[in-house]
Design a protein around this ligand. Structure first.
Ligand SMILES: C[S@@+](CC[C@H](N)C(=O)[O-])C[C@H]1O[C@@H](n2cnc3c(N)ncnc32)[C@H](O)[C@@H]1O
Length: 219
């Protein structure tokens, strides 16, 4: 299959971390043009706006979960110019694209980028972070609700999670139940669940929404 025709059907048909690595290895170079621009995908922008609205201004050290080509970091760095951003993703090819993203002053969006399988325990020498942000990565065949537990140790006490989850995936995989368990364990505060549009009004996919989990880690 050529890179140009990769789209949501193929992206949603992956099942394992290895499938994800294969998919994004061939999609990385054209992801921004053939998908983000062509389909008017606004999820990274929308999640950054959400983050900017809910997270306190003193937060500086932020980790982008499932960085992809770095669009979430790019938008967040425009809204919060002082933010120090690291990123994690399973795909070295996607991270290669993220490395090229620049802030408005020409400096790199990300301080450090880590190749990590986020379905497993996640080592990171730069932890703890004051916040995690994520768009497009908690979705069909990518990251499920159990991965939230792997991420919590990366956060400082009271650290924020602003995590977008595909709507159908949220229901099908029981995110609400996992969040309830984490609250009961005393691992997170009672979450707020927001909704955002994933595509611009002119897009063929307009109307698709994502849930956004907003909560804080109790570490
Ligand atoms: C649809 S892209 C979203 C990228 C970016 N956040 C955005 O909104 O444009 C999903 C990303 O999740 C990453 N991913 C999939 N499975 C993963 C895993 N097990 N661990 C880490 N990253 C993973 C992929 O490599 C890909 O970059």
């Amino acid at each position: 299959m050529s890179e140009e025709v990769i789209g949501l059907d193929e992206a949603y048909s992956v099942k394992t971390p290895e499938d994800n690595k294969r998919l994004y290895a061939k999609w990385a170079a054209t992801y921004d043009s053939s998908f983000v621009d062509a389909k008017q995908y606004r999820y990274p922008k929308a999640i950054s706006e959400c983050f900017d609205q809910v997270v306190t201004d003193d937060v500086v050290r932020v980790l982008d979960i499932g960085t992809g080509t770095g669009l979430t970091g790019m938008y967040l760095s425009r809204l919060r110019t002082g933010v120090v951003l690291d990123g994690m993703d399973i795909s070295p090819e996607m991270l290669g694209q993220a490395k090229l993203k620049q802030r408005t002053d020409g400096s790199a969006v990300y301080r450090a980028l880590y190749e990590r399988d986020l379905t497993r325990d996640v080592p990171n020498e730069n932890a703890p972070y004051e916040a995690l942000i994520s768009s497009g990565t908690f979705t069909h065949g990518h990251l499920g609700p159990q991965c939230l537990r792997n991420l919590l140790p990366l956060l400082a006490n009271n650290g924020w999670l602003v995590v977008g989850v595909n709507n159908e995936h949220f229901e099908a995989k029981g995110f609400a139940g996992e969040l309830e368990s984490l609250v009961a364990l005393g691992a997170i505060t009672q979450p707020q669940i927001l909704r955002i549009d994933v595509y611009e009004p002119g897009s063929v996919h307009h109307g698709d929404q994502a849930r956004v989990i907003v909560t804080r880690a109790i570490n």
